[in-house]
Design a protein. Structure first.
Length: 272
């Protein structure tokens, strides 16, 4: 999965940066390894497996590997994203989890764990890599304990509705088959529903159309391939299931306002 070639323990900052482009956070994507998002301040919205919810300060959001998501961050949002190596994924939940740390003691305890992990990641002392992984293990235990204390608080009752289950299954299929360039009707047929019903459910759970979720995922991958590889545009179009480079160029330009070649020339500062 090209979405995230790195599968190593890492901690990166999250902030709205116009120079970096909203697509880097908002477009639907997934990763080959889990992610833990910590929101230190600010508010926004996040869509995970087709279900949109709000987040605020002192929120922890766990996203399992292979789960489609995207989030909106305003100018006041600051947080960090933790990349969890696949080898340690078994120590974390199987499902997406959203914890709201309302207790000051719990907030301080998390800060201690995160600071210790960050310190080891930045350290040049011998054994710092092992120490960072041990700190990650302690953080997993902290998360498990907080989940036990806040089990009811972490659950979104909307996730148990028929609409949410259908949309979650739809996003799973997109993640598996987006490179085949199937249409919404094809996905609806696989799910045993009509395209109209699927579209209605997507709108209800995420505020996005079924087509938007699909196109968002495909074109996010296209951006990554244009930015991170030297593959010719026609090869990228072919790998994503487009019938021709011209069709791919039209679809890309319609959403981004520039051609694939123009986007590639802008490099890491592409701001769409």
């Amino acid at each position: 999965m090209m979405t995230d070639p790195q599968n190593r323990l890492a901690l990166t900052a999250i902030a709205q940066n116009a120079g970096q482009g909203r697509w880097r956070t908002e477009a639907m994507r997934s990763h080959a390894s889990p992610r833990l998002i910590f929101v230190a301040r600010g508010q926004g919205r996040i869509t995970i497996a087709g279900l949109t919810s709000g987040f605020g300060a002192n929120n922890l959001i766990y996203i399992p590997a292979g789960t489609m998501y995207g989030f909106e961050v305003g100018p006041t949002v600051f947080g960090q994203m933790l990349t969890i190596p696949s080898a340690m994924a078994t120590e974390w939940p199987l499902e997406p989890t959203h914890l709201r740390l309302r207790d000051v003691i719990a907030q301080k305890e998390f800060a201690v764990h995160l600071d210790a992990l960050e310190r080891e990641l930045k350290s040049e002392q011998s054994g710092h890599d092992r120490a960072a992984h041990y700190q990650l293990g302690l953080l997993a235990i902290y998360f498990e304990r907080q989940l036990g204390l806040r089990a009811d608080d972490s659950k979104d009752s909307r996730a148990d509705t028929a609409s949410a289950r259908l949309v979650a299954a739809y996003t799973d299929l997109i993640e598996r088959d987006y490179h085949l360039h199937s249409g919404v009707a094809d996905y609806a047929a696989k799910l045993g529903v009509t395209p109209t019903h699927l579209a209605r459910c997507c709108k209800a759970t995420s505020g996005k159309s079924a087509l938007t979720l699909l196109n968002d995922r495909i074109l996010f991958e296209a951006r990554l391939m244009l930015r991170d590889s030297k593959a010719p545009v026609n090869k990228i179009a072919q790998s994503l299931g487009f019938g021709s480079p011209a069709y791919f160029t039209r679809a890309f330009q319609t959403q981004t306002g520039m051609t694939p070649s123009q986007f590639r020339k802008k490099g890491p500062l592409a701001s769409i």
